[in-house]
Design a protein around this ligand. Structure first.
Ligand code: C5P
Length: 278
């Protein structure tokens, strides 16, 4: 920057502690060296030194995997909020594709057709405080994709290797710059095998089923059906040939069976903070 800058022009730059080029300092020439100006100059010097010695902390990629009902979504979203990161629910992308397959009347077993469908789809995750909004070809399907038929279909379309490859590529694009807590089944093993922190959150199956029932406030036959669905989805996730649900070798496994949500969050947050210091 060759042009000379006066103090008034500089104030906004250092007041917001924003990007300030070192070269600009050489051109710094206060035009009114009164008391106010001295105070501002001190603030400038402080901010300048802080920016030079305290670079923005690097932004981690945090992977949280585990079976349904282990509490991943809540922990991922609370952790993301605490760190100022975005929380991305990879399962919502499988759900969106499953919904499109239902609408297109496609067989959940037809891998080639599902891959083409994925390729021709535009699936967006828009993080918000209450969870991810999911846009399928521009339409908000956030509520619809949580329904039972889509849940079942998502579990079935996600077994296909080509569908997974497509999803993994999109998910990498979303998280590659860090500052992300991504949750799913294969984030630590496939999507981000080099993630800064990998958590595998598990819990006793009966406890997971109970948590889901409480979450959805259901009892009786509906609850029994939900438990059966959950078990079947788990079985499918763990036994499929492509990226089965499992903890990465370097994941920290947390069994939340006897832990409160706050206790799990505290443990995960502590791990994240320790990774930030590395
Ligand atoms: O996490 P959520 O229950 O929304 O995921 C829906 C389905 O998508 C799961 O039952 C699972 O089969 C599949 N899934 C997956 N890999 C992921 C996330 C979800 O296979 N990373």
């Amino acid at each position: 920057m060759g042009k000379r800058m006066n103090l008034e022009a500089l104030v906004p730059a250092f007041a917001k502690g924003g990007d300030f080029l070192v070269s600009e300092r050489a051109h710094f020439r206060p035009v009114r060296p009164d008391a106010w100006a001295h105070a501002q100059m001190k603030a400038f010097a402080y901010n300048f030194l802080r920016l030079m010695t305290d670079p923005t902390p690097r932004k981690l990629i945090i992977a949280i995997d585990g079976p349904a009902g282990a509490g991943k979504s809540t922990i991922a979203s609370r952790l993301a909020r605490k760190l100022g990161y975005v929380n991305l629910e990879s399962g919502a992308m499988y759900r969106a594709l499953a919904l499109k397959a239902i609408k297109s009347d496609l067989s959940f077993d037809d891998e080639a057709a599902l891959f083409k469908l994925a390729h021709d789809s535009h699936i967006e995750l828009v993080p918000s405080i209450g969870g991810n909004h999911v846009l399928l070809d521009g339409c908000d399907v956030s509520v619809r994709i949580r329904e039972r038929d889509v849940t079942e279909a998502a579990s079935r379309v996600s077994v296909h290797p080509r569908v997974r490859e497509w999803m993994v590529a999109r998910q990498r694009e979303l998280g590659v710059n860090g500052g992300v807590v991504m949750e799913g089944r294969d984030i630590g093993t496939k999507v981000f095998p080099d993630a800064d922190l990998k958590i595998f959150l598990d819990a006793d199956p009966v406890v997971r089923e109970q948590r889901r029932m409480e979450q959805q406030k259901i009892k009786g036959e509906v609850a029994a059906n939900l438990a059966a669905d959950l078990r079947e989805r788990d079985r499918r996730d763990r036994t499929r040939a492509a990226s089965p649900l499992m903890a990465a070798e370097d994941a920290v496994v947390i069994d939340s069976t006897k832990m409160s949500e706050d206790e799990v969050l505290a443990q995960v947050e502590e791990l994240a903070v320790s990774r930030l210091k590395k």
